[in-house]
Write a protein that binds this ligand. Structure first.
Ligand SMILES: Cc1cc2nc3c(=O)[nH]c(=O)nc-3n(C[C@H](O)[C@H](O)[C@H](O)COP(=O)(O)OP(=O)(O)OC[C@H]3O[C@@H](n4cnc5c(N)ncnc54)[C@H](O)[C@@H]3O)c2cc1C
Length: 386
């Protein structure tokens, strides 16, 4: 027998959970089925590369889970974990599930997230990836089993640097091998990257910039002929949107499901939100963006007014210092420290397009608001003083 639901949510991450929460909060009382292929209910990934690696206590549920387990029952949301949606027929509004079930939906939200790239080199299976809670626990076990060991981390982006920081704090000896000459792919400019390089070095992280890992084996990574001994190797080399379901269903897909600011796809009854979606030409792969996209899609599903897409805010941690990035700075923006090693402003053609606050230098909503209005330097300084 078919399941019939008013809303099918595909994918169990924060975009999915946030959409379900917004719908219930706004009074939607139709049936909601949330299908996720992870064994856990929707959870927050940021602690997987921070608290879970750093602390000995188990990760508390309220830090990990997007909503408590009991919340789904309380809000009459049918949550099915460990089940994938394997096909979608937009014409008939049918979805096929990996457990053999068929769902007939009125409307559907795709929130399938992203999957990490494997290293494109021989022996890539020896390199651990970090996306799920299972991946994080496996990494933690490897850390605990190899005290003081050398480890190679491939990739000098957010995930690679967070993992390397955690390894160093736990007394291991990480070497980050990064293809580019500048950390974070150069996107945050050389001023911040120079600060990060010094901070990482002081914390005990070695950096190999401008180097490509060419092979991995059970106890080493190779940079050409050079062998870098490693008790284990971790790769953080970017993610790809999990848009295969949408593509097979004939939706417009272009490195992500193509959507507008309200999450509407090329199919009238299907929305998409989170890491899988390309919003007005831009795909942002971060926690706040995913939650806010889930909220906007929910409002759009309800036919309510949808707020504009907010200025992105990415938070990270580097060798014990929190890093907040507001806006989308680019390598060739003019970057200037307004407060040395605390607050960096990025300008493009004279207009403020990004801010980076270190150690909580600026409150998130203030940082976003200043970038949204392209504030002057005096205004940014004033906001700090206030
Ligand atoms: C280790 C780590 C640390 C991070 N730290 C930060 C941070 O500090 N700050 C920040 O801003 N961002 C951070 N991020 C990024 C942030 O977590 C993501 O942007 C966010 O999780 C995206 O949420 P989502 O709901 O779009 O997708 P996801 O969290 O990827 O969830 C999608 C879910 O859908 C499931 N799924 C996919 N296809 C199907 C299908 N066909 N059927 C059923 N289920 C399916 C997936 O398995 C997954 O469980 C981090 C990410 C990782 C991996």
């Amino acid at each position: 027998m078919d399941d019939r639901v008013e809303l099918l949510i595909v994918g169990g991450g924060v975009a999915a959970a946030r959409a379900a929460r917004t719908l219930r909060r706004r009074g939607f009382d139709g049936s909601i089925l949330l299908v996720g292929d992870d064994p856990l209910p929707p959870y927050n990934r940021p602690p997987l590369s921070k608290e879970l690696l750093l602390h000995d206590e188990p990760l508390p549920d309220d830090l990990l889970l997007a909503e408590p387990v009991a919340w789904y029952d309380r809000r009459a949301i049918d949550l099915r974990t460990d089940v994938a949606v394997i096909s979608l027929d937009p014409g008939e509004r049918l979805a096929g599930l990996s457990d053999g079930g068929i769902v007939r939906y009125e409307r559907c939200l795709l929130a399938t997230g992203a999957a990490p790239h494997r290293l494109p080199v021989p022996g890539a299976d020896h390199a651990m990836l970090l996306r799920t809670a299972v991946d994080a626990r496996r990494l933690r076990v490897a850390m605990d089993a190899n005290p003081g060991a050398e480890v190679v981390v491939v990739g000098g982006g957010f995930i690679g640097l967070e993992v390397a920081s955690a390894l160093a704090v736990r007394g291991l000896h990480p070497t980050v091998v990064e293809l580019g000459d500048v950390l974070w792919g150069g996107q945050l400019g050389s001023g911040l990257a120079d600060w990060a390089r010094d901070r990482l070095a002081a914390a005990g992280v070695s950096l190999r910039l401008g180097s490509a890992v060419t092979a991995v084996d059970a106890d080493a990574a190779w940079v050409g002929d050079e062998r870098l001994p490693a008790a284990f190797v971790v790769a953080g080399v970017g993610v790809a949107p999990r848009d295969e379901l949408a593509r097979a269903a004939g939706l417009a897909v272009d490195d992500g499901v193509v959507v507008d600011g309200a999450g509407r796809t090329s199919e009238p009854a299907i929305w998409a939100a989170g890491d899988v979606a390309r919003i007005d030409g831009l795909r942002v792969e971060h926690w706040h963006a995913a939650r806010e996209a889930g909220e906007r899609a929910a409002l759009s599903i309800l036919g309510e007014a949808v707020p504009p897409v907010a200025v992105p805010w990415v938070f990270s941690e580097l060798a014990g210092v929190t890093v907040d990035v507001f806006g989308i700075p680019a390598a060739d923006d003019e970057a200037r420290w307004l407060v040395p090693e605390r607050l960096l402003a990025y300008r493009r053609r004279g207009r403020l397009v990004g801010l980076v606050g270190l150690g909580g230098a600026i409150a998130p909503e203030t940082g976003r608001e200043l970038v949204a209005r392209g504030a002057s330097e005096a205004d940014v300084r004033g906001a700090l003083a206030g």
